[in-house]
Design a protein around this ligand. Structure first.
Ligand SMILES: C[S@@+](CC[C@H](N)C(=O)[O-])C[C@H]1O[C@@H](n2cnc3c(N)ncnc32)[C@H](O)[C@@H]1O
Length: 234
């Protein structure tokens, strides 16, 4: 796959999303599920945490605040998203942000106890390479938690690449788990996470790019996000 031209498409697309205020909207859309997953990650005092596809850094800041002395690093291919992350940054939070690609992380080996990625990994032009890179930068025994709404069993999302004009990888839960194992991760676990705020009121529903109708919104919401958990061998 032509990774560099795909990276260019991703950077251009998500720069546009940042300019259009989509990063803040995604915080509203994904915030509840992110909090559920982060609460279940068992982040400990002083952990170093990687946030892949951090967008404007809202989840990076949540991760950094999850335990005393934890430090979070957000990586994103979109310079405009990282500029937003820096603009929104508070010096009281131990977070940093960098422009970079999942498939070639400019980070040292064995740096992180925790990895997290929300609604991002399926955009990778080469998720297998991204998983190998994450394994490299994790400490032995470190955990990687990936959360995605675009996966094969979530049928209501199938039209997203056509709608957004961004290429996406559509794997099933079993395919994702097989790729994690192929990269070298162990102790795979998977579950679905449903937004605890529910569907909301149909009268107040606002159509958007990925949820153009109430029916789509309700199908996708009910299917839930796929939460994949994996461990780097000790
Ligand atoms: C849908 S947004 C999700 C942002 C944030 N995690 C959230 O849930 O609000 C996906 C993000 O992943 C980034 N991204 C996608 N593919 C990437 C890659 N191969 N390398 C680095 N960043 C990537 C995009 O630039 C974008 O900001």
């Amino acid at each position: 796959m032509a990774t560099s031209s795909n990276h260019q498409i991703l950077a251009e697309t998500f720069d546009r999303w940042a300019a259009a205020g989509r990063a803040a909207e995604m915080e509203v859309e994904h915030g509840d599920v992110a909090r559920q997953v982060i609460a279940g990650m068992g982040i400990r005092a002083g952990d170093q945490i990687l946030d892949l596809g951090c967008g404007n850094g809202w989840s990076t800041r949540l991760l950094a605040k999850a335990a005393a002395g934890a430090q979070a690093t957000g990586i994103d291919i979109s310079p405009a998203m990282i500029a937003e992350a820096e603009r929104l940054h508070s010096n009281t939070i131990r977070a940093r942000y960098a422009v970079g690609a999942f498939e070639k992380l400019d980070l040292p080996d064995a740096r992180f106890q925790r990895g997290f990625s929300l609604e991002a990994l399926y955009y990778s032009p080469d998720p297998a390479a991204a998983l190998v890179e994450v394994l490299r930068v994790m400490k032995p025994g470190g955990t990687f938690d990936v959360v995605i709404e675009y996966y094969a069993e979530n049928e209501g999302t199938a039209f997203w690449p056509e709608q957004t004009r961004v290429p996406m990888i559509r794997w099933s839960e079993a395919q994702w788990q097989a790729e994690f194992e192929r990269a070298g991760f162990v102790e795979l676990a998977a579950r679905r996470v449903v937004d605890s705020r529910g569907l909301g009121e149909p009268e107040r529903f606002k159509p958007s790019l990925c949820y153009p109708s109430w029916q789509t919104w309700s199908d996708v919401h009910s299917a839930g996000f796929l939460w994949l958990h994996a461990v780097k061998p000790r």
